[in-house]
Design a protein around this ligand. Structure first.
Ligand code: SAM
Length: 283
């Protein structure tokens, strides 16, 4: 390899594949081969990737529990002109992965930090979901306990942007059950599973149908997954949140025409102004 990919004294944040090893970039291979040291979330895990790429280089562990311990050592190495690459087990470091502390520490000490972009499960999932991507919010992992999870979902109930979550396979069905309970079974959800791998599956449907599908086919709960929830459509009608809430409750019991008539009577508004809005709520 004749090209020089690395400069002295710099930290490289290197993305690695999230399944398909062919997704490593030429630049990532160059950087991993040429740095003086590779800091890994798990050295044994990264060693398998390095073996596959026929790279023999020095590795050191860097994870949530030793980032602070290692900070001065890393600063010293970088200031003495060594170059370091940071990788996580898969995808882009720092995205629900270790590295935040060391990056902010080294940045405060004026070390040049260089991104070497590549795979990221959240972005890969969004790119195939068919949900709006002009604005989205990345929520990482939801809490493992249902009560705490429901609380966060309730806080996000009115979020109008697409919401992206990482989830563990063993609890995904409970997460989807909580989505049904807190956001309603009609909410559009996309599950992207095992991206770039043999059993890659993208399922797009209502939360209720997704829950049923997962209950009927437990194989779909294996592997790694990203859950994406469609944002709540913005109310641009000028109809107040109070009337909207009342209308939503009435629509559970009454046909749209009747529900609008009752709400119009209670709030002293014209029922025609409510009708199209009621139909969109119903949808
Ligand atoms: N830093 C990584 C990234 O850039 O995507 C994410 C690390 S986080 C600890 C691991 C989570 O990412 C998994 O639990 C899963 O939610 C998601 N994930 C990773 N690989 C995936 C894949 N191939 N398909 C779907 N989701 C994946």
């Amino acid at each position: 390899m004749s090209q020089n990919f690395v400069e002295a004294g710099q930290l490289y944040i290197v993305a690695t594949p999230i399944g398909n090893l062919a997704d490593i970039t030429e630049r990532a291979i160059g950087v991993l081969s040429q740095v003086d040291l590779i800091a890994c979330e798990d050295t044994r895990h990264t060693q398998r990737l390095l073996n596959h790429l026929a790279i023999s280089n020095k590795t050191i562990s860097l994870h949530d529990h030793n980032e602070r311990q290692r900070q001065d050592y890393f600063l010293e190495l970088l200031r003495s002109g060594q170059s370091i690459a940071l990788v996580s087990d898969a995808g882009t470091p720092l995205i629900s992965d270790p590295g935040f502390h060391i990056v902010s520490f080294l940045r405060e000490h004026d070390i040049v930090i260089v991104p070497v972009p590549g795979a990221c499960a959240a972005i890969s999932a969004l790119s195939v979901a068919g949900l709006p991507t002009d604005r989205f919010t990345f929520e990482g992992f939801l809490p493992s306990k249902s009560g705490a999870r429901q609380k966060i979902l309730a806080e996000l109930a009115d979020e109008s942007r697409t919401m992206v979550f990482y989830d563990a396979p063993r609890r995904a069905i409970d997460t989807v059950a909580d989505i049904v309970e807190v956001l309603g079974g009609d909410r559009h959800v996309v599950m992207a599973r095992e991206l770039t791998k043999t059993f890659e599956t993208v399922y797009s449907d209502s939360a209720e149908n997704l829950h049923q599908w997962l209950s009927e086919d437990p194989n779909q709960l294996k592997g790694e997954m990203v859950l994406m929830i469609a944002g709540k459509p913005k109310n641009t009608t000028g109809i107040s949140p109070e009337i909207t809430k009342a209308l939503e409750i009435l629509l559970e019991e009454l046909p749209p025409k009747k529900a609008c008539a009752v709400a119009a009577k209670i709030y002293g508004v014209k029922k025609n102004t409510l009708y199209d809005f009621a139909l969109s709520l119903k949808r």
